[in-house]
Every structure is written in C-alpha cells, then in structure tokens.
Design a protein around this ligand. Structure first.
Ligand SMILES: Cc1cc2nc3c(=O)[nH]c(=O)nc-3n(C[C@H](O)[C@H](O)[C@H](O)COP(=O)(O)O)c2cc1C
Ligand code: SF4
Length: 611
C-alpha cells in the first residue's frame, strides 16, 4: 500500500465510515475487516491500528482476527482472487490439470499474484460444489465443471475485463437464476422428499406456532423426536428447553450455515431453494426459547447467496413474518441478520461459530458452559443446523406425528444427503432415515464403489461388506456428506488427504490436535511409500485414540477417524504395504520409486488421483 499522506487520509476516512456502519462495535470485527478487505484488497497494518482505535480495542485483537481467516489478508492480493477448490472430489475430477492450466495461463504459481497486481491464484478446501467439481471461486463468483480449456478461457476473460461476473454464461436452475444470485451453480436435486424439498405454504408454520404457547411448541418438537441435522444428532427440543430455562437478559438463535464438512453441499441447496422454510424455522425457535434475535452464520464461500437471502428476509419483514409482533402475536418480536464467515472450517463447530459471530478468531471455547447456558455474547443461545430449522417448520405445519412417520425409530424424518465422487448422478437426495447405504449408492449410480466415506473426513470409511448398513444416528451418522470411491482409488491415499485437511484446519490451540495429526499423517505417508512395518499399525491406532480422547473440541476428537476407520474396515490395504523390518525391510529401498518405471510402462496411475 502506498504510504503517502493522501492515501493514509483516504484510508482513515474509509475506516471511520466502515466502523461507523457497524456501530463501532467490536463484536462486529469480522464484518469490519471483511469490508476493509473488500475495499482495499487487504487489511493493511495502518488499517488495523485505525480499526482498533475506532472500536476501542487493542490492535493485537484486530490482527489476530485478520490472521485467522483464510479469506483475509494483511498483504495486498490481486483485484481478482481465484480460489481453486482442492478438495478430494475435485482432485478426483481433474483439479490438478485445471491448476496447471491456470498457472500456465497466468504465468504464476499458486500463492502468487500477477506482476501487475491484477490476479492472485490460491487453493481453498471444499467450497461445497463437489457435485459439479472441479470448481473455483473467482472473488465471490462460483465457476464449476472446470477443465484446462475453461481455465484458459477464464483467464483470457479476466485479463480483458477484470470482472468475474462476466464468467457466468449459463445460469443454474431454480433460484440460481434469480436476478440477485445469477450463478452457474446447479442444484442437482435428484430426489425430492416430503419434508425439506416438498412445496411449502409460507407463513403457515409460524402462524401455528404463535397460536400455541412456547412450551407447547417445544413439546411438539420433542414429540417429533427431532435430532439436529448438523452431524451430532442432539435432540432439538431438549436443546431449546435448556436454552429457554437458562437465565439471561436476551437469548439468541444461531443458524449454522457454515457447511464446511468436505463433501457436504445440501445446505447450499436449502439456502437457494427453501430460505422461507429456514427463516420460519428460526422464528419458531425464537418464539420457543424467548429470543428476539437470530443470526445466520453464512460461510464465506456462499457469499454469492447473500443478496438473495437479504431480499428474502426483507420479504419476510414486509409480510409480518419477521419484525415486531410477528404474525400478529403481540409482544413477539424477532428479526434475523446474516453474519458472513471468512474461510474457516473450525467455525462450523458451534462454540467457534459463536466466537466468530462475536468478532473474534474462530477459536472453540471450553465446554461447559454449553451455549444453551452461556453462548453468543454470554447469553443463552441455541445453535442449529440449516436443515434442523427447516424440519422444525414442517413439524409445526404438519404435526409431530406426520413427521415421525418417516425415517427410523431412533431417527425420525428424512435426511438430505450430498452424494458425490465416483457415481453417475451426484447431487442432493432427500431420503428417509434408515435407508441402506447400498440403496443410496444404487440411486446415485455408484455400482462399483469400493469404499464410501460417510459423514465427511470426520466420519467413517465404509467397505462394500458393510453397504447393508443404514443411514441414521444409531448406525451410519452423517451431517449429509457421502463420498463415493471407485476401483481406481486407494483408501489410504484418501485417508492421507483427509489428514492433510485436518492439519490445515486445526486452530492449533491444543497439542494433541496440533501435533498428533501431523505425526499420524507422517506415519501413514511412510506406510503408503512402502516404508512401514506392522508395528506402525499399532502406533497409528494408539496415537489416533490418544488424539481423540485428549483434544479439546470436536475437530481433534474426530480428526484421526480417517486413519482409525480405514484401519478397522480396510486393514488388508495397510497389511499389504507393511513389511516386517528384520526380514524384508531395507531402509534404503524405496518401493514406490522402484515401481514408478513399471507404472510408466503400464500407464497405471501412482496412487489415487489424476496427477
Ligand atoms: C469441526 C466441526 C465442524 C462443524 N461444522 C458444522 C457445520 O458446518 N454445520 C453444522 O450445522 N454443524 C457443524 N458442526 C456441528 C456443530 O458444532 C453443532 O453441533 C451443530 O451446529 C448443532 O446443530 P444441530 O443440533 O441442529 O445439528 C461442526 C462440528 C465440528 C466439531
Ligand atoms: S482440538 Fe484442534 S481445532 Fe479443537 S481446539 Fe484443539 S487444536 Fe483447536
């Protein structure tokens, strides 16, 4: 940044304006630094001092926020930032070829900016577009189904116009074509179920709710036996009861729309096609727990949906479904604001999400106290997944008995599944809980799957012998992610990819997670390279269990799962690669190097991906 007096003054004026627009409120820090980044391409050092002064905090607090989120930067980036998704599904579908094409077309490597300061090139983890991979974000614009050719074409277009919006030629279906979205994203809805994706009657659910007492609403949700759709499956009615009972001057309803678990993209489709259902569900939650304020925490990757969602919120206000005296219920005031994330997986964890909403780094908090007692701004808070709120609206509209007729005994209702990978029909499926995994695979056209990752990297890798198992909280639990791997993939390479993801996304607070995952990955890598021995399997098991039991939050408590679940379900894949050191292991002998020549000749790929 040019440090001349003129620029500094301009910066000062801009920062004052931005901070003022956020009420000079320290808890709006993420909004403030995002706005500064949007205007100046980064949050420069001087800006941090100015922000600290305006909102009455220390510079270190501003800097700690800026340095935490992947989409924020202290140093200037290009006017355009291309963030190519390098999630596992994208890699399986040619991400590396696309990356090489972008690099060649721009004449820069990943992590660099073109010499004219126009375009930066970066990788980013799963952006929620696995069903149309490879995909990238160009600033806020999503580009999908990328190829080497389209990477060259995109680069040509950007060099000429420097306008990402001109990259969108074909609009996706449904509200992706709405004038406030204008995205090439496709919904890929493959199966419409009765609960979430069926047509709705706006206003009916909240109307019924306010005609009852808050306690009756909670009883309804409990009778339906609704369990949270974000992954953990905690009973929603019970969570609301705790929140309502906790002392506090204010209570909050937080919607978790972070959808960071790789392979999950169903909330994106709900936000696009059923925002009415979501906002009604949040208002019902507000009524039930005695709250007047809701926040939707929208992941930075879905910024392209923000204007549309603001528009739907405005419509709800004008129809009396939000605002003062909602649905004519005297004294029930409830409104919702959108809080943008800025590129961080850990912010999906509910206490980290609360930290982020409070304008802090997305660090998880110690529990107890749980958010129901002491959450957002220290007040009782319910955090629920997007899909959970939609279920609530349906339960109020149609009754708990209607809802509970779908699904299984322990898991009533339907579940939105995001299916992607080696299958003919990737997309979103609304299916009843209790459905067998093999049926999901049949619907998605995944006849030759050799492994399926259920629940994202933090879930489990399931082998064909277990495809009869069922999707539900008591068997194969998932927040929605189903990743299919065909015969060309190697499960250990998949596990290694997932470990890289956790290493990258760990907030680093506690040692088992920060260090343990690195050690696990190193030992796994050794095994993949043919340098492992049988004792390494015990080492992985023990260390994995230690990381799980000693980590502070859900990330560390599940991060060894890629290794532990493949050790359990795909043990022969490990055993085939390890050799007893005394007899056969020659430290100087590199199996992979020795095999590379024969691979060249036979044309077989090295491990998993397309190179
Ligand atoms: C590392 C991590 C990431 C998470 N990401 C999400 C997410 O993106 N969306 C979500 O709804 N829940 C996510 N969760 C679960 C939340 O912490 C929380 O349990 C959930 O939002 C509660 O809502 P529910 O009861 O409606 O499921 C995550 C948990 C962990 C540990
Ligand atoms: S387990 Fe990992 S992500 Fe969670 S607090 Fe510890 S270091 Fe951070």
């Amino acid at each position: 940044m040019n440090e001349t007096l003129g620029i500094t003054e301009a910066l000062e004026v801009a920062i004052k304006e931005i901070c003022e627009a956020c009420g000079n409120d320290r808890t709006r820090m993420v909004d403030i630094v995002r706005a500064v980044q949007d205007r100046f391409g980064c949050v420069p050092s001087q800006a941090m001092d100015l922000i600290a002064r305006e909102v009455g905090t220390h510079r270190v607090e501003v800097e700690s926020v800026v340095s935490f989120y992947a989409f924020l930067s202290k140093t200037p980036k290009g006017k355009i930032v291309i963030r190519l998704c390098n999630g596992i599904i994208d890699k399986m579908h040619g991400c590396r070829r696309v990356a090489n094409a972008f690099s060649a077309a721009l004449g820069i490597n990943f992590g660099q900016t073109t010499p004219d300061g126009a375009i930066s090139l970066e990788y980013t983890p799963c952006i929620g577009m696995c069903d149309q991979a490879p995909a990238a974000l160009v600033n806020d614009v999503v580009v999908t189904h990328l190829s080497s050719d389209s990477a060259w074409e995109i680069t040509r277009n950007l060099k000429k116009h420097l306008d990402p919006r001109r990259l969108v030629h074909n609009l996706g279906g449904g509200n992706n074509a709405h004038e406030l979205v204008q995205a090439m994203v496709a919904n890929n809805i493959r199966k419409v179920g009765p609960v979430i994706l069926a047509e709705m009657s706006p206003g009916e659910a909240i109307g019924k709710a306010v005609a009852m007492s808050p306690a009756e609403v909670i009883r309804y949700v409990k009778t339906a036996r609704l369990r949270g759709r974000g992954g953990a499956g905690f009973p929603t009615g019970m969570k609301w009861e705790f929140t309502r009972a906790a002392p506090g001057e204010e209570r909050y309803v937080l919607c978790n729309a972070d959808e960071g678990e790789p392979g999950t993209f169903k909330d994106r489709v709900i936000l696009t096609e059923r925002p009415d259902l979501l906002f009604e569900g949040m208002a019902i939650a507000g009524y039930a727990i005695g709250s007047s304020k809701g926040v939707v925490y929208l992941r930075g990757e879905y910024a392209y949906l923000r204007r549309f969602l603001e528009h739907v919120l405005a419509e709800h206000r004008s129809k009396g479904l939000l605002g003062d005296n909602v649905c004519g219920k005297q004294g029930f005031n409830f409104d919702i604001r959108i809080q943008m994330g800025a590129g961080s997986y850990i912010c999906g964890e509910e206490t980290a999400l609360i930290s982020s909403c409070e304008g802090l780094r997305g660090d998880p908090k110690n529990r107890p106290p749980f958010p129901a007692r002491k959450g957002y701004l220290g007040m009782p808070t319910t955090v629920n997944n997007v899909e959970t709120f939609c279920c609530v609206a349906r339960i109020l509209e149609k009754g708990p008995g209607w809802f509970a007729q779908f699904g299984s005994k322990g898991s009533p209702g339907t579940k939105l599944l995001s299916v992607a990978g080696d299958c003919m029909s990737p997309g979103v499926y609304e299916l009843p809980f209790g459905i067998q995994l093999r049926e999901v695979l049949r619907l998605a056209g995944a006849a030759d799957a050799i492994a399926v990752q259920v629940g994202g990297p933090s879930g489990q890798m399931v082998a064909p012998g277990e495809f009869h198992r069922t999707i539900c909280y008591d068997d194969l639990a998932t927040g929605g992610s189903i990743m299919v791997f065909g015969p060309d993939r190697h499960v250990l390479a998949v596990a290694a990819e997932f470990m890289d993801f956790f290493i990258e996304e760990s907030c680093g607070y506690c040692t088992p997670c920060r260090v343990g995952n690195v050690l696990l990955k190193q030992r796994l890598e050794q095994i993949i390279q043919g340098k492992g021995e049988p004792a390494d399997l015990d080492y992985l098991q023990q260390l994995g269990e230690t990381v799980k039991t000693t980590s502070r939050c859900g990330l560390g408590q599940t991060s060894p799962n890629p290794i532990l679940s493949t050790l359990k379900n795909f043990r022969p894949a490990y055993e085939a690669l390890v050799t007893e050191q005394e007899e056969a292991f020659q430290p100087s002998f590199d199996v992979q190097a020795a095999l590379s020549e024969s691979r060249e000749i036979t044309g077989r790929r090295s491990v998993l991906f397309d190179a």
